[in-house]
Design a protein around this ligand. Structure first.
Ligand SMILES: N[C@@H](CCC(=O)NCCCC(=O)O)C(=O)O
Length: 258
């Protein structure tokens, strides 16, 4: 039986060959595997309540997606640039985030997952960052994949935070593939890094006992080749191993003493 920690990876809903499907791109799964974790794809249903799944996991990864959090979840009107939704994903993410934090489950958000964490704490989003005065265009160029995920802009890591504690350097250059971004930071969240134009690009949950970081960029893209991406996955994997060990002890105590 695998001793690798089990990490739940939230899926997205898409049609595949005419059938509704639950989809995760391989790079998220491959990155978790690279760092000694066992990825488990978590299906998403708008009317589902799969919170019991989290009790079997040692970590939760909220992936990126071309779709967007429904703006009504943060009290906004749908912007014309916001053309892709996934209500199944929304329902799952906003159920699993509080449940994971209640369990102390290591929680890692990437891109859409970063935005979901902010909205889960009452924050709001820009739906078209490129149209916000003073902010740049953070969308990916229409080029081949390796160039789309290449480092695109600098981020400054804020001193004294959870990201600073694991980052090899106080600044880095990261990829950028998003049209949405944090407008108002949710209550109870800490800004951990900002882009060159001031946009928040990494956050953490202030009172979370364990790993609870989310980033706007994509560290799952060839993480071993980028010191900050590598540090993020090493820290997340370490947190999942620690959680697994803690759960094993609790299970043994429960078994021994009932
Ligand atoms: N749709 C949101 C989030 C952008 C995002 O997650 N992009 C990556 C999609 C493909 C991948 O998983 O790498 C926005 O536009 O801000």
């Amino acid at each position: 039986m695998s001793s690798r920690p089990l990490v739940g990876v939230i899926a997205c809903r898409r049609d595949v060959e005419g059938h509704p499907a639950h989809v995760v791109t391989d790079k998220y799964l491959a990155a978790l595997r690279e760092y000694g974790l066992a990825p488990v794809i978590l299906p998403v249903w708008e009317n589902g309540d799969e919170r019991d799944l989290l009790g079997h996991l040692d970590g939760l990864l909220l992936t990126g997606s071309h779709t967007n959090v429904a703006p009504e979840r943060y009290g906004a009107e749908l912007a014309p640039q916001n053309t892709r939704a996934d209500h199944h994903r929304d329902a799952a993410a906003f159920g699993w985030i509080p449940a994971a934090l209640d369990l102390g489950l290591p929680l890692f958000g990437i891109c859409r997952g970063f935005q979901e964490l902010n909205v889960a704490f009452g924050g709001s989003l820009h739906q078209a960052v490129q149209n916000v005065p003073g902010l740049d265009d953070h969308r990916e160029p229409d080029v081949e994949l390796a160039l789309r995920y290449a480092p695109a802009h600098d981020v400054t890591i804020l001193p004294g935070g959870r990201l600073a504690a694991l980052a090899p350097e106080p600044a880095s250059r990261v990829n950028s593939l998003h049209q949405q971004g944090i407008a108002e930071l949710g209550m109870g969240l800490c800004a951990e890094a900002v882009a060159h134009d001031g946009l928040i690009e990494a956050i953490s949950v202030r009172d979370a006992p364990g790993f609870s970081l989310a980033v706007q960029w994509h560290p799952e893209w060839r993480p071993r080749e980028h010191p900050l991406y590598d540090a993020l996955f090493e820290a997340f994997a370490g947190a999942c191993r620690g959680y697994r060990a803690q759960q094993s002890i609790l299970e043994e105590v429960e078994h021994a003493y009932g």
